[in-house]
Design a protein around this ligand. Sequence first.
Ligand code: NAI
Length: 307
Amino acid sequence: MAITVIGSGRVGASIALNCAVNDLDDILLLDVIQGLPQGEAMDINHQLSEMGIDRLVRGSSNYADIGKSDIIVLVAGLGRKPGMTRMDLLNTNAAIVNDVSKKIASHAKDSTLIVVTNPLDPMTYLALKASGLPNSRVIGMGGLLDLSRFKSFVHSSVGISRSSIQAIVIGEHGENMLPLVRFCSIGGIPLEQFVDRSTQSSIFEKTRSVAAEVISLKGATIHAPGNAVAKMIEAIIKNKNSLIPVSAFLEGEYGVKDVCIGVPAVIGRNGIQKIIDLPLNPAEQELFLKGVRNVQEAIRSVRPLMA
Ligand code: NAI
C-alpha cells in the first residue's frame, strides 16, 4: 500500500476519498476502532467502481500493515469542539501522536509523514522527534487549508475566478495565523488594485477565524482539509516541486531554530525540498514570532514525552 492514512474519522475518510478519486495510489486506512476503516474502505471502493478508477482502498487496525507505505498521513486524535482552540487539544493528542509516530518508526522508517492532528505545529514537531524521520520527510498540513479559506474570501470580494488567485498563508496554524495579504495577486495583479484596505483587513480576519465558525455550525472541518492533504500527496507522488505552505522544521530560516511552523516550501519527491525564507515587514514579523513563541511553549509542555 503506498498511501496510509492513520485515523479513519471524518478528516481521514475525506483524505482517503480525495486521494482515491484523484487516482493517486492505493490506500490503507487504519484506526483503533475495529470496523471503521474497513467500512470506510468498502464505501470508497464502491464509489471508485462506478467512477472506473482502479485503485484499491483497504481498512486495517494492525500497524504491521503500514510497512509498505511511501506516504503516511497522521490524522488520529481528537478534533476541537465549538469554543475550543486547537491548543486545547494539546495533551490528549500529544500522547496519541507520540505513540503513533513510534509505531511509524518501527514499521515504516522510509516513509514520508504528513501530520494533520491538531495543534498542528507542535504535533508536527513531536512526530518529527518521536519518529526519527529526517526533517525533510515530516510535513505538517495547515497552511494549505488556511490558504484555501483565504482564496475563498478573495474570490467572494473580487468576483474573479478562483483559479486566478495566488496567495500564501504562513505562521502558526492557530491563533497567530498569518495570511500575507500583501503577497496576494489576481492574475499577477496585486490584490490592493481590486479592494480597499478595509476589505483587505476583513479578508485577513475572516481567514483567521472561519474554521471556528464551520466547527460551530457542523462540528468539524472535513472536505477542505481532505483536499489539502491530497494536494500535498500529489505534489510528492508526481514530484511536482509545488510551492505549498507547510509546517516545517526551521534551522535558522525566519531567524528561528528548533520549531515547526508554517512557511512556504517546495514540495516534491523528497518531501520538503526547499524552504522559502521571505522577508517580512515588522507587523508580519511580529505576528509570525508570536506564533513561534506559542508553538515553542506547547513544545516545552510536551517535551517530557520525547525523553
Ligand atoms: P475524528 O474524531 O472524526 O477522527 C479521529 C480518529 O482518530 C478516530 O476515528 C479515532 O478512533 C482515531 N484514533 C485515535 N487514536 C488513534 C490511534 N492511536 N491510532 C489510530 N487511530 C486513532 O476527528 P477528525 O475530525 O477526523 O480530526 C482528526 C484530527 O485532525 C483532529 O486533531 C483535528 O483537530 C485535526 N484537524 C486538523 C486540520 C489541519 O488543518 N491540520 C484540519 C481539520 C482537522
